[in-house]
Write a protein that binds this ligand. Sequence first.
Ligand code: GDP
Ligand code: MG
Length: 140
Amino acid sequence: MENIQRSLVLIKPDAVERNLVGKIIDAYEGEKLKITALRMITVDEILAKKHYEEHISKPFFNELLEYITRSPLVAIVLQGENAIEKVRKINGNTNPEMAEYGTIRKKYGIDKTKNSVHASDCEISAEREISIWFPEGVKK
Ligand code: GDP
Ligand code: MG
């Protein structure tokens, strides 16, 4: 049975700054994931806090907030078969040092904070995150 899902992806500031947007999008499109929404935005603290609310009490939260707001990022909705798991596999482990060969974070990630990409971790998160980044709604 088909399992069409959506995932909210961020191409984070460290990747946009190093002109990696095209290469990263190519990795997703090459795996039959469809872009259904895309925008470039410099995030303010309010939006960043909303997106990362589950991490508010973590020791790395302030560093994360400062980094994610420092320059533009690209927010994307990807849709396709098993999109949630597929995108997280393409991205690789949170820590670039631990990431599998061939993944985006292995290739481009700098460190635990500056790891180039974000992707939703389940369908509930995906819908929550899509409504944060695309409040006008995204057609399925
Ligand atoms: P993800 O779902 O793989 O992005 O990882 P998490 O949801 O656990 O963390 C969100 C983001 O916070 C990560 O993508 C990193 O940018 C940052 N982060 C997570 N864990 C750490 C950590 O242990 N140290 C630091 N400095 N940053 C972290
Ligand atoms: Mg996460």
